[in-house]
Design a protein around this ligand. Structure first.
Ligand SMILES: C[S@@+](CC[C@H](N)C(=O)[O-])C[C@H]1O[C@@H](n2cnc3c(N)ncnc32)[C@H](O)[C@@H]1O
Length: 236
């Protein structure tokens, strides 16, 4: 079962594939991915067996983006990666954070520009040969564009058409039950059978783990990993 996947018989964790590269990416880019998250991303990408794009909801500074892009290259996949993030913090969160104390030298707008600039810079550096198509939209709007097969300009200035099937999805945007649920079911609409969805922050009996358990009850997905975040495979 899921959590057994990364445990060797002696109880040690399975190694992160290409750990040296991953350590370098982690040291260079801000993010929160643990080894088990990376193992799940690697598995999801390695298992892709269609040419449809992968999607990522919530990119932040590009750590997961660049890890997904790296494994796409490592396994000689031709899949493109589409990302959704607006790099916008709401004012209440800003006001409740230490950043508020830096005003007026540093504003919420400065922080948006910094995050977006970090993302684009990190991707231009580490995904230079397979730059993701990063759309500066919240996920609900991203999926509306996807549904309508719309063209959009990505953050690297390229016009790109959205839509169609999806091979793999990483959901790591707004971590509330309602948002994650919409992101999951929006991704599910396009995910091919046999494709994987990795959902971050789905642990500890919190709202997102409750969501995953509801999804599992429907019988359409099975658990591939639960370390403690869930990697799900679409069975039907
Ligand atoms: C935990 S961070 C993502 C970390 C990134 N996946 C990584 O592992 O490097 C969450 C991100 O989700 C973004 N976000 C928040 N609400 C969102 C939404 N509704 N749609 C898309 N992205 C959203 C935030 O701007 C933030 O950059």
């Amino acid at each position: 079962m899921a959590s057994l996947y990364i445990k060797k018989k002696n109880g040690a964790e399975a190694p992160v594939p290409e750990r040296d590269v991953i350590e370098f990416l982690r040291a260079s880019t801000t993010g929160w991915l643990g080894d088990s998250d990376i193992i799940a991303l690697e598995y999801g990408v390695r298992s892709i067996n269609t040419r449809f794009p992968a999607i990522e909801i919530g990119s932040f500074c590009g750590l997961s983006t660049n890890i997904i892009s790296f494994y796409i290259r490592k396994y000689n996949k031709s899949n493109s990666l589409f990302c959704s993030d607006k790099w916008m913090i709401d004012y209440a969160s800003w006001a409740g954070s230490g950043m508020k104390n830096l005003e007026p030298e540093i504003t919420i707008e400065n922080y948006h520009d910094f995050l977006k600039g970090s993302f684009t810079g990190n991707c231009r550096m580490f995904s230079r040969t397979n730059l993701p198509y990063a759309i500066e939209e919240f996920s609900d709007d991203f999926f509306l564009l996807w549904e309508k097969n719309k063209y959009a300009k990505d953050v690297f200035g390229r016009d790109v058409k959205l839509g169609g099937n999806v091979s793999f999805a990483f959901i790591d945007g707004m971590h509330t039950y309602d948002f994650a649920k919409r992101d999951f079911y929006n991704a599910d609409k396009y995910l091919v059978k046999g494709g994987h969805i990795f959902m971050h922050d789905t642990f500890d009996g919190g709202p997102l783990e409750i969501l995953v358990k509801e999804i599992l009850k429907e019988g359409k997905y099975c658990v591939v990993m639960n370390n403690p975040n869930y990697l799900l495979r679409k069975e039907k």
